[in-house]
Design a binder for this molecule. Structure first.
Ligand SMILES: [Zn+2]
Length: 262
């Protein structure tokens, strides 16, 4: 006898190819067979980590434009907006996590792979500015394929200017924490992703600069299976911890409480 409901939506696990019922994915979107996690929308992540009804979104008033006139970029932006319902690849707001007040930023891979462009850079800088003004800690959930190539050098410049904004926030002796989620790659991993007082990753997260295929092709070497895996990075001292998705809210809440007033 199957314990599965007779009806329901089935989808294929992108990691182990098992057919999984909608109900089986559950609140945390975890495959019951291989235990890996589906990528979340910003809204799903917020629902999972903040206290019920505690989130109030901060208006960002940024709009991405195709200032380098890259072919098809305008259409891609419109499509991403239409499919995700987001203005850009990041949502920021104030919330409570396990009763601890905090600012929170969440990147969303459903908007152009969560890539960092001028607008996303401005949103992150605004988050640090708001943190300094409101004297609140900041928790950023990172999920990004890296810098957005359609904005070229302007995307890369964000790596630097975000860190300047972060420095101004740090000078106020406030606490910041980053949670790296799948994927954390490219110019994002090479800049602000690792700039937090505490940096943890969700289990199974891929973290790196260039992707496996690129490195294998250039170096002509076979890379180990766990290359760029969060647990591998923790073993080498790059992360403070690696946490299962269901335990993240508790973990972050505990850190916020421990660092109150900092
Ligand atoms: Zn699976």
């Amino acid at each position: 006898m199957s314990h599965l409901p007779a009806n329901g939506t089935w989808s294929k696990c992108p990691f182990c190819n098992a057919h999984v019922n909608q109900l089986e994915w559950g609140f945390y979107k975890q495959c019951p067979h291989c235990h890996r996690y589906l990528r979340l929308t910003a809204q799903q992540r917020i629902n999972q980590v903040v206290d019920a009804n505690s989130f109030s979104q901060i208006d960002t008033n940024v709009e991405s434009t195709n200032h380098l006139n890259v072919p098809e970029y305008t259409q891609k932006l419109a499509k991403a907006h239409q499919q995700s319902g987001l203005d850009e690849a990041m949502v920021i707001g104030q919330a409570k996590i396990k009763a601890q007040p905090t600012l929170i930023g969440v990147m969303d891979t459903h908007f152009m792979m969560g890539t960092l462009n001028t607008a996303v850079g401005m949103i992150i800088k605004q988050l640090y500015l708001e943190g300094a003004q409101r004297r609140l800690p900041i928790v950023i959930f990172i999920a990004s394929g890296g810098a957005r190539m359609q904005e070229g050098i302007y995307s890369l410049l964000q790596m630097n200017t975000i860190l300047n904004a972060k420095r101004a926030f740090d000078q106020q002796d406030l606490f910041s924490m980053n949670v790296l989620t799948d994927p954390t790659m490219g110019g994002v991993s090479a800049s602000f992703a690792f700039e937090g007082d505490i940096v943890i990753a969700e289990k199974y997260t891929q973290i790196g600069f260039a992707g496996r295929r690129v490195i294998e092709t250039i170096s002509n070497e076979q890379l180990p299976v766990d290359f760029q895996d969060a647990d591998h990075l923790k073993q080498h001292g790059l992360l403070d911890d690696v946490i299962e998705r269901a335990a993240i809210a508790d973990y972050v809440g505990k850190m916020l409480k421990l660092h109150q007033g900092e």
